[in-house]
Write a protein that binds this ligand. Sequence first.
Ligand SMILES: C[S@@+](CC[C@H](N)C(=O)[O-])C[C@H]1O[C@@H](n2cnc3c(N)ncnc32)[C@H](O)[C@@H]1O
Length: 436
Amino acid sequence: MARRRVREIDVVIETLDTDGLGSATYEDRDVRVRNALPGESVHARVLKRRRGIWYAQADTPEVGALDRQAPPPCAFFPRCGGCALQHLAYDVQLKHKEGRLLRVLEQAGVRPQKVRLPVAGPRLHYRYKARLGCRLLGSELLVGFREAFSSRVSRMDSCQTLALPFARNLPLLQEALAGLEQPHLVPQVELAAGDTEFAYVVRHLQPLTEADRARLLCFARNSGGRLYLQPEGYDSVHPLDPDDGSDYLAYSNLDFGLRYQFRPTDFTQVNPYMNRSLVRNAVLALDPPAGANVADLFCGIGNFSLPLARLGARVHGYEAASASIERAQLNTSLNGLTNQAQFQVVDLYHAEGGTLPEVEFLLLDPPRSGAGPNLRQWAAWPRLERIAYVSCSPDTFAEDARVLQQLGFELVEVGIYDMFPHTAHVETLGVFQRRG
Ligand SMILES: C[S@@+](CC[C@H](N)C(=O)[O-])C[C@H]1O[C@@H](n2cnc3c(N)ncnc32)[C@H](O)[C@@H]1O
């Protein structure tokens, strides 16, 4: 079959969009260009067409914008889709993310009383959780992030954003998977690290041979990591070597004298450096007096609940994932806080009125879809004074902020936390106080 010729275009970039792509117009058509900044004239190849928009990747221009970071920290940018903004100077990345948040708040009619300076931490090797795809290409096995605008796996033998143990061991992992008798049975590997230990979760579509299990065990020993197998869903994840010791990884929050245990497939925050700042500032902003009641909604394994309990609040944590609630209960007990915190599995988007106790303080940390339809009901609790809202989506945050404003809450402080440097992801902490 004849290969479709890749279309090449020359465009001038007008703005940077919310995904970190340069927006331009080519023959009256909307074009979004990777590796392109406002003001730049770029030569680009069109890689995808969707709903009338062309998506293209630019060659690095000879004369770049003043804000261009050249060369980018990673040699595999822009082809690897793991990052979107490596070509933009870091301080401008922060301005871009903050600008996006303030714009959507303004569109929603919400004016914050105070905007905190962006909070940032290490820019490289911050990803303590990741999912890598695997793809057999002839006799070569690729293991990496997906390419931009494609489901193909990137050819990469290093990564500047993965946590150091994963970055250092990437070639070893690639070699081990390529050496399997049946490498095509492994579509992905998940990575999860705690403070001192790190783990690989190898998904396999059919039972592995003894020889392949032995190869993976050998990789685990050489890399210093733990290896888990995943034959089906997350419930099927188990250590390859049953004598591997504990099933858990662990991280500490020294600000509050806490230690958390978790399984590699539990939800934990990707960037531990930013997580510590976020937890500290959210908890200090909520500032419940000892004995006050706090609801931690979308609580995961108790990342925010336990610091609040440590300060003397009575914490009620709710979350849909039963495995996370089990871990929250385990961590409460390990940290000696069973009198201060209790947890329950609840689908917060569909919970009936009256399921949750009416509290004075609320911590919200929902997924991208936002707090959901019950936000109005929670905001109507008469004793509710203050809300700390942690968000991974500026759009739903702004929409929820509009609802809270209508229901009598003021956005007293807002700011971004750069959880994912070099990507377009925006993490926000907003603090709402009841008016009057
Ligand atoms: C952004 S994470 C926050 C987790 C936790 N606060 C932390 O810092 O680790 C969002 C959490 O919402 C949970 N979740 C998703 N949909 C939910 C729902 N409908 N009801 C309750 N929890 C839900 C997810 O399982 C996940 O743990």
